[in-house]
Each structure stands twice: as structure tokens, then as C-alpha cells.
Write a protein that binds this ligand. Sequence first.
Ligand code: LLP
Length: 425
Amino acid sequence: PGSAAPLCDDDVAVGGVPLTELADRFGTPAYVLDEDEVRHRCRAYLRDFPDADVYYAAKAFLCRALVHWVQEEGLGLDVCSAGELELAVTTGFPPERIVLHGNAKSPADLQTALRLGVGRIVIDSTSEIARLAAAVPAGTRQKVLVRVVPGIAAGGHAKIRTGTDDQKFGLSIADGSAQHAITRVLAQPRLQLVGLHCHLGSQITTAKPYLSAVRRLVGLLARVREQHGVALPELDLGGGHGIAYRPGEPVLDSAALGAKVRAELASSCAAAGLPVPRLAVEPGRAIVGPAGVVLYRVLSVKRTGAHTFVAVDGGMSDNPRPALYGVRYAPRLVGRNSLTAPEPVTVVGRHCEAGDVLATDVQLPGDVRPGDLLAVPVAGAYHLSMASGYNLVGRPPVIAVTDGHARLLVRRESLADIQGRDVGL
Ligand code: LLP
């Protein structure tokens, strides 16, 4: 009530291409990425964080075209596996602009990073220090940061909070493990400690936790200088900048965040008598989330009396986020107009479990029927990158739209792809 947004529309276009045309040409389900929107968001970050390194967090979504866009726009890349790293470097991304993360980096992750010459590796545990140092070739030094847990609760859901103590990521300031790790890293001649890193969590919608993190990390930088006589030159504040999945939800304003963080960093460093370190941020979701739409075809509509279940040709295999985090989306009917009054429906997927729900209690026109096309906005981040092969359903394709043209970036996973991996008997 009170919302002027139409529930259906016959001419929704993304990047100048009608969604109906995309569904007909590429089939459903399918992810659509608006290239201009991604590029625009990259540029906004560079504007909002001047004199900083902006690393796009590849875990949100990565494919070769995206690597290319991010590189052209002048961002760096945050990766957390040899897979993401290899894809980026073989696409031509400069390895020195890449930072490698991971709480449990495999020998292959570390070897790939060293072989390809990755710019920075973020140390996440004490045991990793000697393991990494031993793998660095003699006569060379690897730049590293130490991931610090500042003891700050922030983030949209317990499963995506990483700034609080007593969890699997990073090294805590509170129990002294961050300080201990820093001492150990400084003692390794093949590791060059360039700074501190922290990532508070995801879907954070206010600047406040980031400002607390700046104060705590600058406090640690001051102790490092006191104890070891070194002023570390870099401070990476991670990502986690929140976006709206439905109209009216809060969004983290990156321009305001950039200004506030710079001011806090300058004043905290002045108070501690420290030089201001170079800032880095790692937005993932805020770059690609709002630039993506997922298209589904309605396969069945079931009215139980209490509920109307609208079942589509995708589900938790292409979007596990509602099941994992209780995230609520706002699907819309596209491709035809309806004069029928809206009714509350539950949009469900095709998978064999009752928890395969994509959107609960959303309004769709009462005459929604099989064959209709549904579009779910804000589907660019942590959809395909978290997609699974549940029920041996192939993963959807990714289509880029730019200036009225569509092109395939990632093809649909075929049954032949799936069966091709099955080599036993
Ligand atoms: N940097 C580090 C070290 C991270 O671990 C992450 C996300 C990011 C940056 C980027 O965060 P973003 O700006 O995208 O929020 N699957 C969850 C999100 C998990 C995020 C994990 N790390 C979801 O679908 O909401």
C-alpha cells in the first residue's frame, strides 16, 4: 500500500534490451548483467575513495568480461582461491594489482599466487606465516598484510559477520594474536609486511563500524611502531558495503563513507603521531549486485487456500541466499500487462525440498500463470558465484547488455557438461 511501483510491466529493459527478448533468445533461468551499471559503480568508487586502492571482491561474481571491465576502470582485484586468481591473470589482469585472501589457503593457492606474482597476500592465521615464507623463492620478498579482527559486530546476518572475536577469520587484537602474528611476520626475511587488513562483514549499512575499525587499527599501528619501530604504510578496510534488495531498504552511501573514513583516518593518525597509511577497500556486492537481474519462467501456480505458490524454473541452486540468510527479494512480472489486482504469493523453485523458496509474501498480479516471465532485480552478487548443481540442474548463463546489445558471457551448463565429469562405473 502506498507504493507507486507497478507490479508488472510489459516493456522492462536492461541496458536497452527488453527482458522478454533476452528470455526468448537465451532461455531461462538466466542472469543479465548491465555492463554500464557495473562500470559506473566502479567509477563511483574511485571517485568516492580518491588516493585509495579499490579492489573488486571477485567472490561476489567473476567471469572474464568482468575481469576486463574492472581492469579497464582501474580497480584492483580481491581473490580468495587459485581458481579466481588464474581466471583473472589468464584474462590479462596485472597480478601486482591482486590481493589474495583466505582463512585456509591451500598449498596450490599459495604456490599459484607466488608463481603468478600476486601483489599482496593477506595472512589470516599464525600457522600460515612460516608455510608462506618457506614457499617464497630465495632472493625475493612477498608483500603481505595481516588480517586483524577488531572486535566489532556489524553486518546484515550472523553468517556474514566477520569483525567479532572468536571466529574462523583473522587474528584478534583482544587476545593478542594479531600482535603476535605481526612480530612473527616481521621476523621473516622473505615476507614484507606492508599493512593491516580487516573485513567486518557484509551488508553493513552505516559508516559507524568502519570508523570504529579505523580507530582500532590505527591504535594497533601505533603499538607496532612503538614495539618494532616501523610505520606500516597500508590499511585495508575490506568490503561489506550494503545494498538494497527491495525498494526502500537502507543502502551504504559510499561517498559519505569515503569522506568519513578519510577524516577519521587523518585525525586518528594525527593523534597517534603516525603518518597516514594508504587506504584500500574491497567492495564486491556494491559493484555488481544492483547491476544484475535474474530471469525465470513460471512453470506452475498452486493455490492451497492459505497460500499461492508460484513455481519457477530455477531456485535455490541458482540463488541460495533466501534459504541461507533469509534475504527478501522483489520479483516482478514482466512481458505483459495485467489489470488483475495483486495478491500475496510465495515464489518457489523447482528443487526437491520445501525450503526452496525464492521470495516469501510478495505481491504479484492475481492472474499470474505458467509461461509468465519473472524478473528478480539485484541479482548480480553471490548468485552465480554461489550456485550449485543440486538435482543435476545446469547452472544458468550470464548475458551482458550494453547500449541495446546483448552478448553471452558465460554459457548455460549443459547436461553434457554435468555428465562429462562423471567418469566412474
Ligand atoms: N573482502 C573480504 C576479505 C571478504 O571476505 C568479502 C566478502 C569482501 C571483501 C566483499 O564483501 P561485500 O562487499 O561483497 O559484502 N555470500 C554472502 C556474502 C559473503 C561475503 C564474504 N566475504 C551473501 O550472499 O550475502
